[in-house]
Design a protein around this ligand. Structure first.
Ligand code: ADP
Length: 693
């Protein structure tokens, strides 16, 4: 397309190329007058004047802005310049049509029109056309409105509407009741959740005063709620409300003020969640808990043991049941540390034998320090009035989460402080029964002695005299029966001896006849005596050549060693070596005797109890090995009376080693005794397997 000269200078000749106006008519000169142009330029729409051939003969300032061309670039150009390619053909047809019957009308009704800018971009436009006849010449004035901003606004509006409808739907989907109120509390919005919860449909609720409609109850007072809302812009809390059917609901309410830019309150947004059921369940749970608690409290109080919950290394009392008073003979006030309580009331705690215990030894304090359970420890309580109470004390360290420490008294316990439950069990009745039993044992053992002696004596006499040919010979079964009687009575004699020892020990009448003696020959003698009792075991002694002298009751010590070696034999039923060792300890102050076997051992979980009266391990019974559980108890008591110690190490299925440590006597007092025992030793049976040191 050729450039058209708007000024008429150098106008191309007609008939060449595209049709161009031959010259501007007078009106054009007029419309180009400065005044008119200024007027046109003030118009908000782009104005273009097109002649019948489709050339631009005039444009206003807005047209240059809209299309991005300068006025000079536009004038004289074909209108095609401003049309997107795809519209050009159709436009030409429409234009021809229009010029046949020109009139004022909007262009492209029902069509979305676009114009092309200099930068090739397209803009949505609306065009209205009006014909302008100047003399013979017909022009068309097209007012072109750039619709870009409007279309964008329309799109945004459509999007907004879409969003709003989605949000509205969301509000309706919300399970919670959502209410928007105006500053006078009139309901502006009432979602489906509100309809569901309160029973009023939106059309009935809208416009009503919400607090009146719902008879809202404010547990903290309405004024308080409004004040918080005013100050913080929001409030959260519980409300009670009444539904249409009169049902009372408890709601968890969140409210927020919506303000305009000036800070003026426009509305209050209220979101209410029905928690009636939850509250109901909580009430039920609380009632149940209260029930459990009261039951536990009753049990706690009804317990026949004194139960105390103590805290801190000083064992401050937190909680105690009534029985605590019965044990101590007085009240232990909460918060008072244990030692202070004892001192204040002149209470002394001692061991079984009456030796006062130091604070370090008291179970109530030990458990808090050591953080380990202590069970059934025997203590004796001497109360201010002098009465004595034997007690069994058990204590358990407690590991309680801090939130469990609720309640007035429990709160006196600092987080991280040790806590323990201490139980004092009054065992006076048990002790009495025990004493009665001891008495019975003592009497029975005494009474048994004489008939047993007769039985043993007569059985022996019958056997021996018959052997010597006095009286008729015995049939085999008679001899076997007599031997059986002899063995049985021997066992009974040993049992009665143990029982008598036990009752002597209980009564504090087990006296030692101590004298300095060399332990080495004593040990050898025991081993030599017991070797013939077994063919399956090899008994060996390891001992130094030099004497190891201690102040001992030789008879009692022999009893101890006999028990240990007999046990080593008895509890290794498969046979094997039994090794006895005697040696001075490194510091030269004590003698250590050990008896090692490779037998059934003692189960770990029972090792703490072995050595107690009548205490036997499960595996000993399971193997069917007979015994009373008294030997070790007596042995330990005897060793302790010697100022020594008896203990053991054992592994179930591997074997055991029992140790006896006795104080070594200094050299100056050794003479005399050594000779006595050595002379005994010289009478010993030769040939005993022995691994001497
Ligand atoms: P008992 O008459 O039952 O042998 P003791 O008082 O001598 O009684 O021993 C107590 C318990 O210790 C035994 O019943 C047994 O369970 C265990 N015991 C003692 N010595 C040994 C040992 N050498 N090996 C395994 N268990 C042993």
């Amino acid at each position: 397309m050729t450039a058209h000269d708007p000024q008429g200078e150098g106008a191309p000749e007609q008939g060449q190329g595209e049709p161009v106006p031959s010259a501007f008519p007078p009106i054009v000169a007029d419309v180009t007058s400065a005044l008119f142009r200024q007027f046109l330029d003030l118009l908000p729409d782009a104005l273009i004047v097109v002649d019948e051939q489709g050339y631009l003969v005039q444009v206003n300032a807005q047209a240059t802005t809209v299309f991005g061309y300068s006025r000079e670039e536009l004038l004289g150009q074909s209108l095609d310049l401003l049309l997107p390619e795809r519209f050009r053909e159709i436009h030409r047809r429409h234009a021809a049509h229009y010029f046949k019957a020109p009139r004022l009308r909007p262009m492209g009704i029902g069509l979305r029109l676009f114009a092309r800018r200099k930068d090739n971009s397209e803009i949505p436009v609306e065009i209205s056309l009006s014909p302008l006849r100047v003399g013979e010449q017909l022009y068309v004035i097209a007012a072109v409105r750039d619709m870009t901003a409007q279309r964008r606004a329309e799109r945004e509006k459509a999007l907004l509407l879409q969003n709003l409808s989605v949000q509205g739907e969301l509000l309706n989907q919300a399970y919670d009741a959502i209410i928007v109120r105006d500053p006078l509390d009139r309901i502006l919005l009432w979602n489906r959740g509100a309809e569901r919860l309160y029973g009023w449909p939106a059309q009935e609720a809208l416009g009503r005063i919400s607090t009146r409609l719902l008879k809202t109850g404010f547990p903290e007072g309405e004024v308080a709620v409004r004040t918080v809302l005013e100050q913080n812009g929001q409030w959260e809390g519980e409300l009670t409300q009444v539904c249409r059917d009169g049902r009372l609901v408890v709601v968890e309410s969140r409210q927020a003020l919506v303000r305009d830019q000036q800070g003026q309150v426009l509305a209050t947004l209220e979101i209410n969640r029905d928690i009636s059921e939850r509250r109901q369940r909580e009430r039920e749970t609380q009632a149940m808990l209260a029930g459990h608690l009261s039951l536990l409290e009753q049990l706690f109080e009804a317990l026949p043991f004194a139960v105390a919950l103590v805290a801190g290394e000083q064992a401050r009392l937190l909680l105690a049941n009534q029985a605590v008073r019965r044990v101590w003979g007085t009240d232990w006030p909460p918060g008072l540390p244990f030692l202070e309580f004892l001192q204040r009331h002149g209470i002394v705690i001692s061991d079984q034998r009456g030796k006062a215990l130091t604070p370090e030894e008291l179970v109530t304090l030990r458990v808090l320090r050591e953080q380990q359970a202590i069970s059934l420890y025997q203590e004796q309580v001497r109360r201010a009035d002098g009465t004595l109470l034997p007690v069994l004390v058990s204590a358990l360290p407690l590991h309680v989460p801090p939130e469990a420490l609720q309640g007035e008294r429990l709160r006196q316990c600092e987080p991280g402080e040790p806590l323990a439950l201490v139980i004092h069990q009054d065992v006076t009745p048990l002790k009495e029964a025990d004493e009665l039993k001891d008495e019975f044992i003592s009497i029975a053992a005494h009474e048994l002695r004489t008939p047993l002696a007769a039985l043993t004596g007569y059985a022996e006499m019958l056997l021996r005299q018959t052997e010597r040919g006095h009286g008729p010979p015995l049939a085999t079964w008679q001899r076997e029966a007599l031997e059986e009687i002899q063995q049985g009575t021997a066992r009974l004699v040993s049992l009665t001896e143990e029982l008598l020892d036990l009752s002597r020990l209980q009564a504090g009448r087990l006296q030692l006849q101590r004298l300095p003696a060399n332990l080495v020959p004593l040990v050898r003698q025991v081993v030599r005596r017991l070797q013939p009792t077994t063919a399956r075991h090899q008994l060996t002694v390891q001992a130094p050549a030099e004497p190891l002298v201690a102040l001992i009751d030789p008879h009692r010590l022999e009893q101890v060693l006999t028990n240990l070696v007999e046990n080593a034999i008895k509890y290794s039923p498969q046979g094997g070596p039994v090794e006895v060792r005697v040696a001075p300890e490194r510091d030269g102050r004590a003698i250590l005797i050990s008896v090692q076997d490779h037998g059934i051992g003692i189960p770990r979980h029972q090792q703490g109890q072995i050595g107690g009266r009548f205490m036997r391990a499960e595996n000993a019974r399971a193997w069917g090995i007979e015994g009373t559980g008294l030997g070790l108890y007596l042995a330990r008591a005897l060793v302790e009376q010697h100022g020594g110690r008896l203990w053991f190490e054992s592994e179930e299925g591997q074997g055991s080693t029992f140790f006896v440590r006795l104080p070594l006597l200094r050299e100056e007092s050794e003479e005399g005794c050594e000779q006595r025992l050595d002379s005994e030793a010289s009478a010993a049976t030769p040939g005993l397997p022995e691994a001497g040191a």
